[in-house]
Design a protein around this ligand. Sequence first.
Ligand code: BJW
Length: 237
Amino acid sequence: MRDMGTIRNIVILTGAGISAESGIDTFRAEGGLWEQHRIEDVATPEAFERDPDLVLRFYDMRRESIQTKEPNAAHLALARLDREWAGELLIVTQNVDDLHERAGAQRVLHMHGEHLNAWCTDCDARSRWTGPLKQRPACPGCGARALRPDVVWFGEMPYGMDKIYSALRTADLFVSIGTSGAVYPAAGFVRDARELGAATLELNLERSQGSGWFDESRLGQASELVPAWVDELLAPR
Ligand code: BJW
């Protein structure tokens, strides 16, 4: 691993594993099915077209549930890093919950969208949305009944790709936390970062699919690994 003293620019990728200890289910754990549907079968534009009620019910349930959850020690440690790190920092999260923000982090990019936003496919406006969508409420902007969850489904382009690749180009360190490495383009960031010269570190319960691309893998619970790593990084030297 690169000498910590030479690190200035950091990109952190987070996935469902960082929110697992807050009580939010991951996608690919054993039993990670929702009413017998795999996420790959519900989170697609085709599924929404085929059975919008089913898909909206799935998201209404999860939107309601995340509002009862609290950030854990891993979110809080990243928020501390965000406050105290003088160099560039970008927390790219695949998560659609708001636990990074509720922990106090500001430099956060939601590449797969956000549960608490609705997107009007008629006027293209995004609105903050905390209630259900299944009853087809009207868009606050244009009145059309064309709101969908503002999340990125399979086959759709993730958000913020230019900003992410630009941060990866100047990153000295890329850290991946709580993601299985099963979903692209996020799963390819480690390889990109490494080819662009960054050191790479994985903090996960188990080895991810791209584990071989990391310089170092630390295995365990995010609530323990992340605060320990942040302490290391912020320790005076
Ligand atoms: C802990 C822990 C604890 C547990 N502590 N750790 C064939 C090959 C390659 C690619 C493709 C392909 N066919 C299709 C594609 C592309 C496709 C894709 O990747 N498909 C795969 C299935 C192969 N990707 C797309 O379609 C994406 N768009 C795209 O590619 O556009 C074109 C493009 C081209 C070029 C550049 C850019 C773009 C869009 C992907 C959208 C994903 N959407 C979802 C749903 C979001 C809304 C919602 O939440 O419902 O995003 S799917 C779901 O998976 C969600 C997650 O963000 C994402 C990743 O899951 P994550 O976070 O990794 O969770 P898990 O459950 O998989 O893993 C959790 C990990 O945590 C595990 O490792 C645990 O061990 C660990 N863990 N507890 C620490 N306490």
